[in-house]
Ligand binder design. Structure first.
Ligand code: 0O2
Length: 206
């Protein structure tokens, strides 16, 4: 398997999506001095993770491009839960890709405590051989959800997906605390945004 050639269009998808999503962030800042997007990041799944996931999910080689939907992954991190649904709406109405699946792990959190909104898209990239439609995953989450998921991901890596029971229950409590944090922040969202607008406007005057 020539992984470099196989992954090249995925790298292009990630780079293009990062530019477009960061562009959204900048537009929001210019237009309203506030962006629902805090930051954007992206990655191409490492070969070892691709192989591990294919084994775990028993995905045959010839189904990899359709069934392994997060080889190209970008993440949009927002301040508030409402911002996530705002971004989801805007992504649904774009014409440069097609949303083929959505998973709302905010309304339906995973048993681990994981919360996030996932959109699976079909994205056209231009290659030297013509247009190629690639599958990619966009994860949209708050800062609190991202903090929790990043830490849980590290622990899963450390314990090879066998997190001890005691650590698991701490993670569940931490997930509940992250949920409460999002709830509390939502209640003072208008005040926080007003403060941020004032801060940005003053910064521009400097
Ligand atoms: P990485 O290292 O982030 O690339 P599954 O893998 O079976 O849970 P599926 O069907 O592939 O899920 O799709 P889903 O549910 O959209 O999840 C894919 C990705 O979402 C995962 O990729 C993680 O990034 C994230 N995710 C899903 N569940 C959890 C969770 O419980 N904890 C954390 N921290 N992240 C989660 P990968 O392949 O796990 O890894």
């Amino acid at each position: 398997m020539d992984w470099k050639t196989f992954l090249a269009p995925y790298t292009q998808v990630v780079e293009e999506l990062k530019i477009k999503l960061k562009g959204m962030r900048e537009q929001f800042e210019y237009d309203s001095n506030h962006s629902p997007i805090e930051f954007v990041m992206g990655r191409v799944k490492p070969v070892a993770s691709i192989k591990e996931k294919m084994n775990r999910k028993r995905i045959p080689h010839d189904r990899m491009e359709t069934d392994l939907q997060d080889i190209a992954g970008v993440r949009v991190v927002c301040q508030f839960v409402d911002d996530i649904y705002d971004i989801v709406e805007r992504l649904r109405s774009r014409n440069d890709f097609e949303v083929i699946e959505e998973r709302d792990y905010i309304q339906n959190k995973k048993s681990s405590g994981y919360r996030s909104y996932h959109m699976i898209i079909r994205y056209p990239v231009e290659t030297i051989y013509g247009e190629k439609h690639m599958i990619a995953e966009i994860q949209i989450r708050t800062l609190a959800m991202n903090f929790w998921a990043t830490n849980e991901h590290s622990l899963n890596y450390k314990y090879e997906n066998q997190i001890p029971k005691e650590v698991q229950s701490r993670l569940k409590r931490a997930a509940e605390a992250a949920f409460q944090l999002d709830e509390e922040m939502s209640k003072i969202k208008d005040e926080i945004q007003e403060a941020q607008r004032v801060f940005h406007t003053n910064k521009r005057k400097d």
